[in-house]
Design a protein around this ligand. Structure first.
Ligand code: PRX
Length: 651
């Protein structure tokens, strides 16, 4: 979490250049009008956006049906996401886009594939027919567990074409995590690959699917893309090869006319309990928000090459690698591998090679590249870039300035975009031709978005001040629920304040009305821009036979934002030594995945608790932050004295 004192001393401000402002999709004047309309009537603003930016088969009868906390947007309207992302670029005045690059893909080994809108349309229709042939019907869930290859985007769009919600599980999650997500969603079919490439080597995925699917009675079929050609087991009757099925499938598949509220996808994200939540998004509202924000915030033109570096396994990849760019008819870049393979300049070489004009990444990556040295971007011509974006965590002013100077050549506006898996699309961000930026601030809410800051008692913080970030009005891309758990949906987001969405972030507003997002205020950590629940890691740890009790906290880290520190009380018979550290890290990797692997494990004979038995997290956070490296892990820490000292103020 950036230090608020130093952040608020940040006085630098950057105006859009006159050249940028002149060509911007949304001018200052336009933005002022939209802000006015959105403030007065969010529904009128969003209805206008829905009409201008999305193609509908049937218009809506009502813009919004709001029975807090349940919203229905564009009631009665019919549309289709794959139609908006594909077909509408092949007909009428946009028909010329048929041979325009939709996806520019590059694999880590350097192999490439460019899919035009015409080709992508055919592939998507084919795969939609494969899904149908496998018995997938409207409403059935399809799980996608894949590397960053074009087939992932094809599978997503094919699901949307027939109205089968997808549930993408990031390829870094373990077999156990995959199994739990498949079972929770009751997915009927899984699409995977033999593997993918990372850090110069092939990794496997199919074996994880085999392990998971052995315990998922709902799964009837598994489709496997051949990517690495490593040997995999094909279970007859259940498994099939993507290329064999595609060769048989027709390229003719009409997009289903789907209700605006038809479920579009589920995406599991971490919360404050051990069990991840299946965030549900629906069709028309989500499409309206991602299409509109992409056009306005990324200022996209037909001549642009847009690259968002996020993995499609996260919401950023859903909204701004696939749906936002394609529904705008833009060219989107997809890169399979590690940013620093084979050398620390891989990303910069990709920008030069493909002539990327708009680049969207996360602060953790920027900080990594700062450390690697300016000489790597300097080797490449980055002059094609005209706009930069940041997402996933607060960007510290130092990283912002480096991004501006070294990558943006001081000429590119930076849009720092605040949003969440739950919000579906960007909520707070600069509009690059219309809003002055300040390093470290996400600036202002998007028109039609009613963000506010409340104090603990629920009173709005007027003018300058800090508190809890909330959203006062429903918005079209908002989550419609947690899959199978309406009680948790209400409790998590809507119970702290009345009819108000509680984001779980702290924020500060300065005297200009700009928002400075301070990070999570709940027991959720943000590690390299990925959300991981402390409870999730704790339950993974206590499932080990060696562990009696565990408490997990985040500690600030220069590169990843947060590092995971686990305090563990071993079972009486277990020796707390380096061997145990290794075993426990491995155990968490198996239970959740490498992204949740603790950086540090510290052993204690007892966890510090309040008299009522609550773990004193604040104390543990202080201890974890105060001492980064533990020498002798075989010494058990004794918190009993400290705990007694602190007990009174924690109770
Ligand atoms: O804490 C905020 C942080 O990421 C959280 C949402 O995580 P997730 O659902 O995984 O989505 C990440 C990508 C949209 C938020 O609650 N966050 C996201 N963007 C920013 C941010 N914090 C500060 N500034 C941002 N621009």
């Amino acid at each position: 979490m950036p230090d608020i004192e130093s952040l608020l001393k940040e006085k630098r401000s950057f105006k859009p250049s006159p050249e940028f402002a002149k060509q911007a999709n949304w001018s200052r004047k336009q933005v002022a009008e939209y802000r006015k309309l959105g403030a007065k009537s969010p529904t009128r603003f969003w209805a206008k956006m829905a009409k201008e930016n999305v193609a509908w088969f049937t218009p809506w009868k009502k813009v919004l049906d709001w029975k807090p906390p349940f919203a229905k947007w564009f009631v009665g309207a019919k549309t289709n996401v794959s139609y908006n992302c594909l077909d509408r670029h092949l007909e009428g005045p946009n028909a010329w886009r048929k041979n325009k690059a939709a996806i520019i893909w590059e694999g880590e080994p350097g192999d490439t594939r460019v899919l035009t809108y015409g080709e992508l349309h055919k592939e998507v229709c084919r795969f939609a027919n494969v899904l149908k042939a496998k018995g997938v019907e409207k409403g059935d869930r399809v799980c996608l567990y894949m590397p960053m290859i074009p087939e992932l985007a094809i599978a997503m769009l094919a699901c949307t074409r027939i109205g089968a919600p997808h549930s993408i599980v990031f390829g870094g999650f373990s077999a156990d995590a995959l199994r739990d997500r498949i079972n929770d969603a009751e997915a009927k079919l899984v699409v995977t690959a033999d593997g993918g490439y990372r850090k110069g080597a092939a990794f496997g995925l199919k074996a994880m699917v085999d392990a998971a699917v052995a315990q998922t009675p709902c799964v009837k079929s598994v489709v496997v893309v051949e990517r690495t050609k490593q040997p995999v087991e094909i279970v007859p009757g259940r498994d099939c090869w993507w290329h064999e099925e595609m060769a048989k499938a027709s390229t003719d598949c009409k997009p289903a006319k789907l209700d605006a509220e038809n479920p579009l996808f589920l995406l599991y994200t971490s919360g404050t309990t051990g069990k991840p939540k299946g965030i549900l998004h629906t069709t028309g509202g989500y499409l309206t928000q991602v299409t509109t924000t992409f056009k306005a915030i990324f200022d996209v033109k037909d001549t642009d090459v847009f690259w968002c570096t996020a993995d499609i396994g996260w919401v950023t990849g859903h909204s701004y690698v696939v749906y936002g760019p394609l529904s705008n008819g833009a060219t989107t870049v997809m890169y399979e591998g590690t940013p620093t393979h084979p050398g620390p300049d891989r990303w910069w070489s990709l920008i030069e090679k493909w002539g990327v004009t708009i680049f969207y990444t996360a602060p953790t990556a920027i900080r990594t590249f700062i450390r690697l040295g300016d000489e790597h971007p300097a080797k490449h011509d980055l002059s094609s870039l005209r706009l930069l974006g940041s997402v996933g965590e607060p960007i510290n002013p130092e990283a912002w300035m480096w991004y501006h100077r070294v990558i943006g050549g001081k000429r590119c506006p930076i849009v720092d975009t605040w949003w969440q898996t739950e919000t579906g699309g960007i909520m707070i961000s600069a509009l690059p031709g219309a809003v002055d930026t300040r390093p470290g601030s996400a600036t202002l809410p998007f028109p039609g978005i009613h963000a506010e800051i409340l104090d603990d008692k629920g009173k709005p913080v007027k003018g300058e001040g800090g508190g809890f970030l909330v959203l006062k009005q429903p918005w079209p891309g908002m989550l419609r629920g947690i899959w199978g758990d309406p009680a948790r949906f209400k409790e998590t987001y809507w119970s702290k304040y009345d009819k108000t969405y509680f984001a779980g972030d702290g924020a500060h507003r300065d005297k200009n009305g700009y928002f400075w997002i301070m990070g999570r205020i709940d027991d959720v950590m943000n590690v390299s821009g990925h959300r991981i629940g402390t409870m999730e890691v704790e339950s993974a740890l206590v499932s080990s036979p060696d562990v009696a009790e565990a408490a997990v906290v985040g500690r600030p880290d220069d590169i990843t934002g947060t590092a995971i520190v686990a305090f563990v009380t071993p079972k009486g018979t277990t020796t707390p030594d380096e061997g145990l550290v290794g075993r426990l890290k491995q155990h968490v990797t198996k239970e959740i995945g490498a992204i949740a692997r603790p950086s540090e494990i510290r052993f204690t004979n007892a966890l510090p608790k309040t008299r009522s038995g609550k773990i004193m997290r604040r104390l543990l956070r202080d201890i974890a932050s105060g001492r980064a490296v533990v020498g002798d892990t075989s010494t058990l820490e004794d918190f009993s004295v400290l705990a007694q000292l602190r007990a009174s103020d924690e109770d």
